[in-house]
Structure formats: C-alpha cells, structure tokens
Design a protein around this ligand. Structure first.
Ligand SMILES: NC(=O)C1=CN([C@@H]2O[C@H](COP(=O)(O)OP(=O)(O)OC[C@H]3O[C@@H](n4cnc5c(N)ncnc54)[C@H](O)[C@@H]3O)[C@@H](O)[C@H]2O)[C@H](O)CC1
Ligand code: K
Length: 503
C-alpha cells in the first residue's frame, strides 16, 4: 500500500471530486460517515462525547461527525476554537447543518477551556493534514489541557499538532491520541518510533478516493499489508524437489553464542529453504548436529570463532552471516574475504554489520545489488551514521542504500526496509514482546531462506519482515508479550505461513 504525503492527499481529494463530479463537502460527509461507523463499534451512546473543532476541514469533519453521532443517539457537545468567520467553506456549511440540540461552546480565551469530567470521550478535530505551523497560543493551551486530563482521545485523521510527513518543530503542542482514525491511507508520522507518545492505536477507514489517482501517484513510501504479502508468496510446485528451494549457508555462531546460530538455522528451515549448511567453530559442532539435525555442519579451523570461508563457497545460493559471530580479528578478515569474493546474495546481521561499520575499506567493498543488512537501531547508527531524528534517519538510509546499492531492514516497531532505488517499505506486523534477545537472529534465518527460494532481495526483505512479525503476533496469543522469547517466534512460523496461504 502506498503512503501519501499531505500534499498528495489533497491532490487525491481534488482528483476524486472532479472524477465523480461531486462537491468537496460530499467528500467530507464520506469522511464523517467512515469515522462515525468506526466510532459506533468502539464507544457506547451512553458515553457523552466532546468534539473539539479547529478552523479548517478537520474541524469541518468534527462538525459533520457531531451531527452523525447525534443522529445515532450519542450525547454530543461541540467546542469551537478561534474565529468562525475565518473558517473553511466546508466547516461553515457543516456548522449551519449542526442540529440545535447539540450544545456549542466557543473557546476564544484561555478561561473558556473546559475541564472535562474524568473518563470523558474526546474527539480531536482541531487540525489534520492542513497543519502548516507549530501549534501554539490558545490552540496549544487547549491541547495541553486535553493531554493533562484523563480522557480517552480519538483523533480525526491526525493527532492535532503533529506534522504529517516532516519533523514537527519542538515548540508545537501535539495531542496524545489514544486512537486515530485516518482516511484511506496511514500517514508516515504514525510509523515513526519518535512519535510513540502521540500515536495510540491507529486505524485506517476507506473513503473511496479515486483508484485511478492512487494507482498512478508516485511515491517512495509504502506500507506492507497482508494483501501485499499474500500476493508475493509463491506456492510450491507440485512436482518439486529440495533443489528448487535453494541451498543456504549460514556463517553464524561463536564461543558462548552458538544459540544465535541455532535460532537462525531453525528459522531458515521453517521458512522453506531447500538445503541448509552451517559453518561454525568446533565448539559448536556437536550441539548443532544434535539441535538442528536437518542442517549440514562444517567446521572452522579456529576453535572458537569464524576465521575462514568454506571450500566451494560458490555452490551456495545465499549466505547469511552475523548472529553470534563476535568481532575477533580473524572474523574481521573472514568477513572482508566474504565481501571481496562472494558471488551470491548476502544477508548481513549483528557483528558482521559491526565489523563492516568499523572499516571504510570494508564499506567500499560492499558488493552492489546483492547485500541485505538487517541492523537494529544501534547497529544502523554504526553503519550509516547518527541521525537527528527519525525523518533524518530515513533520509540517511535512502542515501546509504543508493550509494552502496544495498537493502537495509531497520528493525523496530514498524521495521523500515530501504532499497537501492530509494523506496522505503514499512512493516505492519510485530509487537513489543519481540524486543528480546535472539529475534534478530530469527529474522536473519527467515530472510536468508526467502532469498534461497529465489525471491528478489526486495521481496525477501518484505516477506521476511512481515512473516517474522506475524509469527510474533501469533505467539502473543499463546505466551503473551512479557514471556515471549525468540524460539516462540520460530514455533509460530508454520502458523504464520499457513495463514498467508489461505485464500
Ligand atoms: N482525503 C481525506 O482524507 C479528506 C480529509 N478531510 C479532512 O480535511 C483535513 C485537512 O483539512 P485542511 O482544511 O486542509 O486542514 P486542517 O483542518 O488540518 O487545518 C487548516 C486550517 O488550520 C490553520 N492552521 C494550520 N496550522 C495552524 C496552527 N499551527 N495554528 C493555527 N492555525 C493553523 C490553517 O490556516 C487552516 O485554516 C484532513 O486532515 C481531514 O480531516 C476532508 O474532510 C476531505 C477529504
Ligand atoms: K485531528
């Protein structure tokens, strides 16, 4: 699914209005209906509803929502902030249509800001995608008061005060929304970790914007949905054999960290690889042979650490490396050889990232169009550099992926995947139970398996990250967030993959 900027959303509105020969206020009515439909499923009409409206179309939505909720027996009161005479045209149309039974409270000074009863149900319709400067003054005071109170806040389209697709200046007040109901597309701001305190649960409701516009509009930002992934996943051929699904090599594990190799190996096998070989130091030989009988094991000449590449390395279709490696000198040399000589795609994680990050020479040897890096935020910072904020981080990711013609999956709540052609795909699965040691090793194994099965590197990243998160979400039902460990994610991979194969 594409992610549109605020400007593109306005273009989509204008295109739809023209294509369908409707008025802009008709589109506002659609928005309000979509919101009210969601609201009815969430809140009972017994709860009084307080709707705060700003001067633009977000406020206009608020007024239309007030009318619709009133019709559906909710007890609604409306607070209107600022000078109504300067409000948008569609705001004014909806103000005229507001039923007389709905109490209107103008807020024109600080003294007018209400203290609502605890547990009130607030709808925030102050500002949406039209916000063009930080929120200060009276609007800022209203937002501060709403945030201070103990009420459940549902924001219309955007938490008011938050910029849709660029950094919000520090001086601006921002609503801390419990719920956000946005229209047609999620917004970039919802997906960035720095906005955690403003973004509760977000939901996207359709308003039938022009499909023609949506399919043609150009964007580098995308969100991977279940539908996208179902589309990507290829069925296995009936007359197939293991040779069709690739032979992967994992260069993982070291003294005291053989578990990382095991997790990556299990995940790789559960994700459909045809054959798997693991090369590990001798300390890991018997444990790997016992714990992962499906894999073949090669032994490094170094007792504790990766120090060499196996003979006949060309025969492997993909190499996954990093988990459990450590950063010994011998391992640095081996990773250098891997970059300089490999002919197949590489999935590079953990200490292998740290090794490359610490050497400009190694960075300059990253083979083009064949590497996927899977860093967590700290590893990312070492590899790509320190960013000022999440927007800056995405820009740096784009630059790095372009310069080295590589892929990066930046792990986090909405893992962001960068591609050499400048696209960014945000993931929509996963949960905070997965913030535990070993889940990254699992991801390395999964992505390696998808590359082995001949998915493109971009597809392997998107599928791998989605399936990994989905397995974590399924694990939530059985073990919960607190108890979840990396093995639980592996245990739920079969269910995750099965569910994606359902029509
Ligand atoms: N396709 C859709 O999703 C549709 C969404 N709709 C809703 O319309 C808003 C966007 O409306 P717009 O009028 O463009 O902008 P806002 O209401 O967000 O605000 C504009 C308004 O506010 C003034 N302003 C901006 N920043 C500030 C500030 N910091 N302090 C004070 N005043 C400010 C600005 O000058 C304007 O007067 C979208 O989010 C949806 O909710 C439509 O209903 C139709 C389709
Ligand atoms: K809002």
């Amino acid at each position: 699914m594409k992610l549109l900027t605020a400007a593109q959303t306005r273009e989509a509105d204008a295109f739809t209005i023209k294509e369908e020969d409707i008025e802009s206020v008709d589109l506002m009515e659609r928005v309000a209906k979509a919101f009210a439909g969601w609201f009815e499923n969430k809140f009972q009409p017994t709860q009084p509803v307080y709707i705060f409206c700003g001067p633009g179309n977000n406020g206009g939505d608020g007024l239309a929502i007030a009318r619709l909720l009133h019709q559906r027996q909710y007890k609604v009161q409306v607070y209107i902030i600022g000078d109504v005479s300067k409000a948008s045209h569609d705001f004014k149309v909806n103000l005229e249509q507001l039923p007389k039974e709905i109490v209107q409270h103008p807020i024109q000074a600080e003294a007018d800001i209400p203290v609502l009863p605890d547990g009130a149900c607030v709808v925030d319709a102050l500002f949406g995608t039209g916000l063009n400067r930080p929120v200060t003054g009276l609007y800022g005071k209203v937002i501060e008061q709403l945030n201070k109170s103990n009420n459940c806040i549902t924001s219309v389209d955007m938490p008011s005060g938050l910029y849709t697709d660029s950094q919000t200046p520090e001086e601006g007040a921002i609503v801390q929304a419990d719920f956000i109901v946005s229209f047609e597309f999620p917004k970039l701001a919802f997906l960035l970790p720095q906005h955690e305190q403003y973004i509760g649960q977000w939901h996207v409701v359709p308003i039938n914007l022009s499909q023609k516009f949506i399919s043609h509009v150009e964007t580098t930002l995308h969100c991977t949905t279940q539908q996208d992934v179902k589309h990507l996943l290829k069925p296995r051929k009936r007359f197939s054999h293991k040779g069709l699904y690739g032979h992967a090599l994992l260069l993982c594990g070291g003294y005291g960290k053989m578990g990382a190799a095991m997790l990556a190996a299990h995940a790789c096998l559960r994700s459909g690889v045809g054959l798997l070989t693991i090369q590990a130091p001798p300390v890991g030989y018997s444990v790997l042979q016992t714990a992962v009988p499906e894999a073949m094991t090669l032994v490094d000449k170094n007792r504790k650490h990766l120090s060499e590449l196996p003979q006949g390395i060309e025969k492997y279709d993909v190499i996954g490396t990093g988990p459990g490696l450590g950063t010994e000198k011998v391992t640095q040399t081996a990773i250098g050889q891997l970059l300089a000589t490999s002919t197949q795609p590489l999935v590079i994680d953990a200490d292998a990232i740290n090794i490359i990050a610490s050497s400009d020479r190694l960075k300059s040897q990253i083979p083009k169009h064949s590497v996927i890096f899977t860093p967590h935020p700290k590893e990312f910072e070492r590899l790509v550099g320190k960013a000022q904020n999440d927007y800056d981080r995405l820009e740096r990711m784009k630059e790095f992926c372009h310069k080295h013609a590589c892929y990066i999956t930046l792990k986090g709540n909405n893992t962001a995947i960068g591609t050499p052609d400048g696209n960014i795909y945000f993931n929509t699965t996963g949960n905070s139970g997965m913030a535990t040691g070993g889940t990254g090793d699992v991801l390395t194994g999964i992505i390696t398996a998808f590359v082995a099965q001949n998915y493109s590197l971009e597809e392997a990243c998107r599928l791998g990250v989605y399936v990994h998160g989905l397995a974590g979400d399924l694990a939530l039902n059985t073990v919960g967030e607190i108890s979840m460990i990396a093995s639980d994610v592996i245990d739920h991979l079969p269910k995750a993959l099965l569910s994606l194969q359902q029509p």
